[in-house]
Ligand binder design. Structure first.
Ligand SMILES: *Cc1c(COP(=O)(O)O)cnc(C)c1O
Length: 373
């Protein structure tokens, strides 16, 4: 036992300040011991899997995987530029938006700096921030929704970055375009606003945009998008950033020369072209999200109105009826959802919208849990 007041410095190489204060990201579980078939609703993956067109493009590539990928992702960036009506030279692709979040943090943050994120926001932001030695500042939300005034009020001379997931994961709530613009308008020029629009394709509200219109050539707003959610390519790791010219330049200097695999580039371009698949997934998610929310509310549970491909369901505090008990019961029925302690929401579970049969299985298990003696 170490009885000295201060632990001796560890032997061997020490990482930079901040690295050891990072709590490793814990992904959703994917298996239950003793069960062969599980309903996995824990990672916001696509209910239908990848589109047939992306799988074909992926398979077609097999004879060429000895070749290095196009380090500039030219064809994919051209396709993204055409699909979203954006200039290709200000698009930078990454191995998932996670890589782009990490690169932005490493490029713009260091010891003494602060980055803001809102109370129940995606945990990759504090993880990426703290790894640079900068401080991640958690800012209060209102009704489980990012609070623009609170974010602006938390700005100090040390603030270098503000993260905003819109819609947010795990709450599912979003800020209308006018509120995001108000945030941008009142932000000092030196602060980079990172708008993470991972779930943008699911949102059907008229007052929502992903925020690309706020990304000016010489501005301070970056929008992040991903192929992991509506395109169903989480396993291939593909995301992209639409940036001011100077930020695109910085990301291109920081990233690895071949950071996006040829498989991801080919499948991503095919997924972008498969607009019918995207429309099908969006319509399915909307229908079954509202159905699932109604089922949970009918059981007396509170559901946060969400606009992504998942829902946050709240449970009473009472032992045996709380979120932990619900999670255990669902697991006994082969249904895996996500516990929310790490997001400061111990009373809630996050449920991904899966296929119809999966949602019916989930709802039946939830009803049995709530109604049991
Ligand atoms: C899932 C998710 C992402 C996507 O991350 P990838 O690295 O692209 O798979 C980004 N941001 C949020 C808020 C997410 O929930």
């Amino acid at each position: 036992m170490n009885t000295s007041p201060k632990a001796p410095p560890p032997k061997g190489p020490a990482p930079r300040p901040g690295v050891l204060s990072v709590a490793p990201y814990v992904g959703g579980e994917s298996a239950i011991e003793g069960l062969e078939r599980v309903v996995k609703l824990s990672s916001n993956e696509n209910a239908f899997g990848p589109s047939p067109m992306t799988m074909e493009a992926y398979a077609r590539l097999a004879p060429d995987i000895h070749r290095y990928p196009d380090g500039g992702c030219k064809a994919l960036r051209r396709a993204l530029a055409a699909a979203w009506n954006l200039p290709a030279e200000r698009i930078v692709c990454g191995a998932g938006s996670d890589e782009l979040i990490a690169l932005l943090a490493r490029a713009y943050l260091g010891p003494g700096d602060e980055a803001l994120y809102s109370e129940h926001e995606f945990l990759m932001y504090p993880i990426a921030t703290e790894g640079t030695g900068a401080k991640a500042i958690k800012v209060k939300e209102t009704n489980l929704t990012a609070d623009v005034d609170a974010l602006l009020g938390a700005i100090t001379p040390a603030t270098k970055m503000v993260f905003l997931a819109n819609p947010n994961n795990p709450t599912g709530t979003y800020l209308p375009a006018a509120r995001v613009r108000a945030l941008r308008d009142r932000l000092p020029d030196r602060v980079l606003l990172v708008l993470d629009a991972a779930y943008a394709e699911f949102v059907t509200r008229a007052d929502y945009t992903a925020g690309s219109e706020l990304v000016e050539p010489d501005g301070n707003v970056v929008v992040l998008r991903t192929f992991s959610k509506i395109y169903g390519l989480g396993g291939l790791r593909l995301g992209w950033a639409f940036c001011p010219a100077a930020v695109a330049d910085v990301l291109n200097r920081m990233r690895g020369p071949f950071n996006v695999s040829s498989a991801a580039q080919a499948a991503g371009a095919a997924g972008l072209a498969d607009t019918a698949f995207v429309a099908k997934v969006r319509a399915h998610v909307e229908t079954w999200r509202e159905w699932t929310a109604a089922e949970a509310r009918r059981l007396g549970l509170e559901v946060t109105p969400g606009v992504g491909n998942f829902l946050l369901i709240h449970f009473p505090r009472q032992t045996g009826r709380d979120a932990a008990a619900a999670d255990a019961f669902l697991k006994s029925r082969g249904v895996i959802v996500r516990r929310m302690e790490r997001y400061g929401l111990p009373g809630a579970l996050r449920v991904t919208i899966g296929r119809e049969d999966e949602m019916r299985t989930f709802a039946a298990a939830l009803a049995d849990f709530v109604r049991r003696g």
